[in-house]
Design a protein around this ligand. Structure first.
Ligand code: SAH
Length: 474
């Protein structure tokens, strides 16, 4: 063991990082999980770093590092992606007593950052002494399912083979090679002993040296309502293999966590910091990375085909001749009814369900109000919070029963889910009073099962829900 794994107390301690590009971002995403006080020195910081600084998550100095900057720092990361500059900053930090890590320079680093499976307060740290970064990622994935017994041996043989594998071009070709080894040939050959694995590696390298660079591919992936457990296996696999992940605002950090650590993660749905990216810019971004040969995951909340402007992106990708796949996800309406303990359709009640948007590009969206006002109609209204009063008025005007149950489900499918049972006549003011802040879907024609049972037992009509029952649902 050349590196001894320990868990360092960093709460309230300083960690300093010099650099503002992709390498710095990758490290900062990890460091921000800690309770350390993080300082970043970067002359040209990435916008994400600016955002984190504005949010008070780190302290940013927009200048090159100078003597004195690493005083009292526990750890220092040289992450400028420039060997000379990293050597300069590392020397300063070393002289000031910090433990130094130079990104992608194992030899000159005093410590290395493990791959982390984060189940706070349980943390699993995985290190390979720089032998196999791809393997570290692989173990992280397998820990969520099952850890293959032979992995240790494969890692050792893989390390011996690293110099040979360096004949492959850096980046994707090398990653694909190691990925094939650890996923396919290694586990297959291990039954024949170590020599079989070494022979398998030789063959594999021969194959990979003969293979042309892979073409780019865009996966349009549904991230579901936010809980990683509600992702499909296909979505998980696409995330593990992605070079670039382009995601919307509603995709949760827990899901982004599943992307390869080296993957470039681009948020195109920013709200707090600057305006959100325009649809044309998003299309261009997807196409650009696809044409460069990247495995792109376009990650959309819920199902990508529901109110996700998927067609515009598909057309752009098709026009550029890039291969693509759609990976469906669980849409908010499905998560919401599951939360209500209800079924979206029911014999004798509704033989159709409508998915509506509360507003479109022109403002509050118009719909077939007469159909929606009929008894038993069920609809899931997306982006409906602000349009609630408008829809309430339209439905009543078309003769809907004021006692029609309407239930708002906020953060459906997440641990923070809140259910607000109401009726058509009460939707406003109930909705405004509840002051919901998360994404919410308005379920017209459905009440939570518990409330239905409680109400039918006490024979109270749905138009006057019992105050305590209602309180309990919230
Ligand atoms: N493609 C997404 C919908 C995108 S439109 C899907 O299939 O779910 C964004 C709207 O979806 C939000 O305004 C909200 O109405 C709804 N939404 C998304 N995630 C949600 C969640 N976890 N809980 C409740 N509503 C959600």
């Amino acid at each position: 063991m050349k590196h001894f794994p320990i868990f360092l107390a960093v709460e309230g301690r300083r960690i300093v990082l010099a650099g503002g590009g992709d390498a710095a971002l990758a490290k900062l995403r990890l460091l921000m999980k800690t309770d350390a006080r993080i300082t970043v020195l970067a002359e040209d910081p990435a916008p994400e770093i600016e955002t984190w600084a504005a949010q008070g998550k780190l302290v940013l100095h927009r200048r090159a590092m100078a003597p004195g900057d690493a005083i009292c720092a526990k750890l220092f990361y040289a992450a400028s992606e420039d060997a000379d500059e990293d050597a300069r900053t590392a020397a300063i930090a070393h002289a000031e007593g910090a433990l130094v890590n130079i990104v992608d320079n194992l030899h000159d680093s005093a410590f290395i950052t493990p791959a982390i499976v984060d189940r706070d307060p349980v943390t699993v740290a995985i290190g390979t002494e720089g032998a196999a970064p791809v393997l570290a990622r692989q173990i992280k994935r397998d820990l969520e399912e099952r850890l293959p017994a032979a992995l240790g041996t494969l890692a050792r043989i893989g390390k011996e083979f690293r110099k040979m594998a360096d004949r492959l071009p850096f980046g994707r070709p090398r990653r694909d090679f190691w990925s094939d080894y650890y996923n396919r040939t290694g586990p297959r050959d291990i039954a024949g002993g170590e020599d079989a694995v070494r022979a398998g590696l030789d063959d594999l390298l021969g194959n990979h040296l003969g293979v042309q660079a892979r073409d780019g591919h865009v996966h349009f992936v549904g991230a579901g309502p936010g809980d990683p457990d509600l992702l499909t296996m296909k979505a998980r696999r696409a995330l593990h293999e992605a070079d670039v992940v382009i995601h919307d605002r509603l995709v949760t950090p827990e899901i982004l966590e599943l992307a390869r650590r080296e993957a470039m993660i681009l948020d195109v749905g920013k709200t707090g910091f600057g305006p959100s990216t325009s649809q044309d810019d998003i299309n261009d971004l997807i196409v650009r990375h696809g044409l460069e040969g990247a495995q792109v995951v376009r990650l959309k909340s819920g199902d990508p085909t529901v109110f996700g402007r998927l067609d515009e992106e598909l057309e752009a990708v098709e026009a550029a001749g890039i291969a693509h796949t759609i990976v469906p996800g669980i849409t908010a309406a499905s998560a919401a009814v599951a939360g209500l303990g209800q079924s979206l359709t029911r014999r004798g009640r509704n033989a159709e369900v409508r998915f509506l948007t509360g507003h479109d590009m022109k403002g509050f969206a118009d719909h077939d109000w007469a159909a929606l006002a009929r008894p038993g109609a069920v609809a899931a209204i997306y982006m409906g919070k602000r349009a609630a009063r408008f829809m309430q008025g339209r439905l009543m005007m078309h003769g809907a029963d004021p006692a029609t149950p309407v239930t708002v489900v906020e953060n459906a499918g997440r641990p923070t889910m809140r259910v607000l049972p109401s009726t058509l006549s009460q939707l406003e003011p109930d909705l405004s009073e509840a002051g919901l802040t998360g994404p919410a879907v308005v379920m017209l024609g459905l009440a939570p099962r518990a409330a239905v049972t409680a109400l039918s037992q006490t024979d109270v009509t749905l138009s006057a829900p019992d105050a305590t029952a209602k309180e309990a649902m919230l």
